[in-house]
Write a protein that binds this ligand. Structure first.
Ligand code: DGJ
Length: 551
């Protein structure tokens, strides 16, 4: 239970002592009504996920796929506590809640809700419906095995693939029915708003076929592009081939899935309007790629506008980041941070090299960050993620989350109302410059806390601070005032300077190390002398407030 709810329920208990049962119930429902439904808001291109009426930063963990049973939960919560996560992302699978058609069982959801409250965690529920990593593995058996009623997608050679056709009205109807039942149950079972987001399907798209070539799909493909889509993209009306040219097949498939997802999300939101999103099996962010080599039709960056126009019930497409190279991962962060697509990293590999992207995600106004598979069930998705999920694997994610956890509300508010910046360490440890307007910050890595690299006092290139041999650093900066910044970081040095150093000189007017408690900044000490003469060194994870003066 969140702090607000706990306080509210404590107040109810107190008031109820002196009331009749009816009066007490009325009072309780009045209080429950006050708990606002989470929502995503946008102002001047900045986004916030509002939870309990205030901006919230999701410090998440996604459980392993098969951790969605009560027996696994005792191995899930301790990992969240060790990391300092405030949110668990976990599947609610169609096969689990509707094993026989029309017979629903939401006992899993009830167990999950009650344990999440006991453990003081929020939930993001992943609706594993007809599509999981593009395949139907989480659809109930009565769906998977009834080929006549739920046809498969047909490839260009006329062969069925192991993927359900998004053009099957029967499939869409059945998925919608189950999703509505799920959202109806959730609405009734969660007046406390333990659940803050719902993911609709999991990694839609199709490997090994650019689109569906079934007769139903072909008929639509030969027809006109929906007016709303052509207009929204600023294109003249026409068939898919005329409007999209060489990209017609993939664009059509993106529309097919966006339409499917929209239909499911729309009916669910009509029942209970929680914010909903889709996750993405990614393609190369930096260059063209043959759609036969990735999940075509999924919300890859090249078709994001088709998704946003076709699926307005979905507020963002959230990348699943599993690459290990800096240029690729920075490219994904860039592609999924758009005025119409707030960044939210709902899956990132659990290997330690990916932890540092947390700082870049915060700096791009990310609504959340969730390493995948960090539970203690004994399963690991190596070589995508960590080889074993144990204390050392959790440690580096924990350091970052524990640094930000006490100020997550303040950070989320600053990202919404002010300006934020952030970088992760490049693979080659090279320095970066963050442009802040009047000011700039140079970020360096593998530096000791004292001295300048150009002194050349250290001859051994392996003589670097412990733990920095592999890239692990990052810095995030939020603007507090014209010359004042909140700076957080780890394994990095940040040196501030005037962007135009020619006209004036500068000093660090005041550097405070401190922490936030109950929304208030508590100053622990002032940094001066050696601690600021060579930049601000984040050998340990630190939170600083930095005031600069130009003279
Ligand atoms: C991305 C999917 O969304 C996850 O459910 C999982 O299958 C990972 N890939 C791989 O572990």
């Amino acid at each position: 239970m969140g702090r607000t709810n706990r306080a509210a329920m404590a107040a109810v208990a107190f008031v109820c002592i002196g009331l009749s049962l009816t009066g007490c119930k009325q009072h309780q429902s009045a209080l429950v009504k006050e708990t606002s439904i989470p929502t995503v808001v946008q102002k001047n291109g900045h986004y916030a996920l509002m939870v309990d009426g205030a901006p919230f930063l999701m410090l998440g963990v996604q459980a392993n796929n098969s951790s969605n049973y009560p027996s696994a939960l005792p191995q899930v919560w301790p990992a969240l506590d060790q990391i300092g996560a405030n949110t668990l992302e976990i599947p609610v699978a169609w096969e689990q809640v509707e094993p026989q058609e029309g017979q629903f069982d939401f006992s899993w959801l009830d167990t999950l809700l009650s344990q999440a409250r006991q453990h003081d965690k929020r939930l993001v529920l992943l609706w594993f419906g007809a599509y999981k990593n593009t395949g139907p593995s989480y659809a109930p058996q009565w769906v998977q095995t009834n080929k006549a009623r739920f046809p498969k997608l047909i490839n260009a050679q006329g062969k069925p693939l192991g993927v359900l056709s998004p053009h099957s009205p029967a499939l869409l109807e059945a998925d919608k029915t189950a999703f509505v039942a799920f959202m109806t149950h959730l609405k009734a079972a969660d007046p406390e708003r333990t659940v803050i987001l719902v993911q609709v399907e999991n990694e839609v798209g199709t490997y090994k076929s650019v689109r569906d070539y079934s007769p139903e799909a072909q008929k639509l493909f030969d027809g006109p592009v929906p007016d709303m889509l052509a207009k929204g993209l600023g294109k003249a009306p026409g068939t898919w081939k005329v409007v999209f040219g060489k990209d017609a097949d993939e664009s059509f498939h993106a529309w097919s899935f966006a339409h499917y997802v929209e239909e499911v999300a729309k009916v669910g939101k009509a029942v209970y309007p929680l914010p909903m999103y889709v996750n993405v099996a990614l393609r190369d962010p930096n260059k063209e790629q043959d759609p036969l080599t990735y999940a075509s039709g999924g919300p890859t960056w090249n078709v994001l506008d088709i998704y946003h126009l076709t699926a307005p019930s979905i507020f963002t497409a959230a990348p699943d980041i599993y690459g290990h190279d800096y240029v690729g991962n920075s490219g994904q962060i860039r592609q999924y941070t758009r005025p119409n697509n707030p960044l939210m990293v709902v899956e990132i590999g659990s290997s330690t090299d990916l932890a540092r992207y947390f700082y870049a995600v915060l700096g791009n106004g990310g609504l959340g960050f969730a390493p995948f598979g960090l539970d203690l069930t004994g399963y690991s998705n190596y070589p995508l993620g960590a080889k074993t999920v144990d204390a050392p694997a959790l440690e580096i994610f924990a350091r970052n989350f524990k640094l930000v956890s006490p100020l997550m509300r303040e950070w989320a508010k600053l990202a919404y109302e002010s300006k934020v910046y952030g970088v992760a360490e490049p693979d080659d440890h090279s320095a970066q410059t963050i442009a802040l307007g009047k000011w700039q910050a140079k970020i360096q890595y593998q530096q000791w806390q004292f001295g300048l690299p150009e002194w050349n006092l250290i001859k051994d290139k392996n003589d670097i601070p412990e733990g920095t041999a592999s890239p692990s650093g990052g810095v995030s900066i939020a603007q507090l005032g014209p010359d004042e910044y909140l700076v957080i970081g780890y394994h990095a040095r940040a040196t501030f300077a005037l962007s135009d150093a020619a006209s004036k000189e500068m000093v660090y007017q005041h550097v405070e190390e401190g922490h936030y408690k109950d929304g208030k900044w508590i100053m622990d000490r002032v940094w001066n002398g050696d601690e600021i003469d060579y930049g601000l060194n984040f050998t340990q994870p630190r939170v600083l407030r930095v005031k600069l003066t130009a003279y």
